[in-house]
Ligand binder design. Structure first.
Ligand SMILES: [Zn+2]
Length: 322
């Protein structure tokens, strides 16, 4: 089994060398930016730790009994700990202490297939305080052939005591050339990969999302609206209605990227005074806040109207390019 992105495959091969060198820890923190393939790396590592036939620095064989049970989702020595649905079928926001107590006990048992026992917690930043404390005890008592994998793109949200007891497996952004080549393989040559990558600030996973979900068209639409508002070619209520009608959260996310890029371009061209730079970055922060408040009882139409009103004042004299 090889991982789909070359940087993920490289990370996996590094981990295999550490494993076969006898240096792989019991608690493993798999981290790095989102959408780079960390989950795939986690699954490949789980399979390799459980596989009974894999050779040195090889991935899981995919055919032994252990590999087949894992693929079927019925491996007795693998335990997946993730967010569970509540009574209404909506995913809870936290991983609770009961879920962690369960794995502490399981890691202390004899493996049913006689090999390793592996538990994976994802996303690990969703562990609540009591759950993280319970996890600490497990991390402090390492045993041979027992592995606890924690997956997160926000490792800073884990208590330092948990982080310091884990071996870190970090996946980093690839360089632009590699990211561009990979995107071209995914989307073909007729697509504006370069532009998607620039909008995603060099992040291939986000650029891939842009290309798959019409992100470039959305970017153009947001850009038209904000420029139209700044130049008084569109009214506040027109833009508000347009954004409220469709993809509000996505539009806000794209607006943040757009204003950041405009600001960087203007600064490079020597066109922007520092007070205006600060105002534009502040507006980007406000837009992010509004996006985070969309799930709260606050009225999103009022939040948006206020945000766009601020924008029309900031953008009026900003010398923006469209
Ligand atoms: Zn196998």
């Amino acid at each position: 089994m090889s991982l789909s992105a070359p940087w993920a495959q490289r990370s996996f091969e590094r981990v295999l060398r550490v494993l076969d060198g006898g240096r792989l820890g019991h608690g493993l923190l798999i981290c790095g930016p989102e959408k780079l393939g960390k989950r795939q790396l986690m699954h490949a590592l789980v399979a390799r730790l459980l596989c009974s036939e894999a050779g040195v620095t090889q991935a899981a064989c995919g055919v032994c009994r252990s590999c087949r049970l894992l693929a079927a989702g019925t491996h007795p020595d693998y335990h997946d700990v993730t967010l569970l649905p509540n009574d209404k079928g909506v995913l809870k926001k936290e991983i609770g202490v009961d879920q962690i107590r369960g794995i502490s006990q399981i890691l202390g048992l004899t493996a049913q297939l006689g090999g390793a026992i592996v538990a994976a917690v994802h996303p690990a930043d969703a562990l609540n305080r009591a759950a993280a404390n319970a996890l600490l005890k497990t991390l402090e008592e390492p045993q041979d052939g027992r592995y606890l994998l924690l997956l997160t793109s926000k490792p800073h949200r884990l208590p330092a005591t948990v982080r310091s007891r884990c071996q870190r497996i970090e996946m980093c952004l690839p360089d632009r050339d590699e990211a561009r080549q990979w995107l071209q393989q995914q989307h073909g040559s007729g697509v504006d990969v370069q532009r998607a990558l620039a909008l995603a600030e060099g992040h291939p996973g986000r650029a891939d999302d842009f290309l798959r979900h019409g992100g470039l068209a959305l970017f153009d639409s947001v850009s038209r609206d904000l420029l139209g508002l700044a130049r008084s070619q569109l009214t506040l209520s027109e833009v508000c209605k347009h954004w409220m009608d469709e993809q509000l959260a996505e539009r806000l996310a794209v607006a943040v990227i757009w204003i950041r890029q405009q600001t960087v371009d203007q600064v490079r061209a020597g066109k922007l005074q520092s007070a205006r730079v600060a105002a534009q970055y502040r507006w980007a922060q406000e837009a992010n806040q509004v996006r985070q408040q969309l799930d709260t009882p606050l009225r999103s139409d009022l939040l948006l109207a206020d945000l766009l009103d601020q924008w029309s004042k900031i953008g009026e004299h900003a010398g923006l390019r469209g």
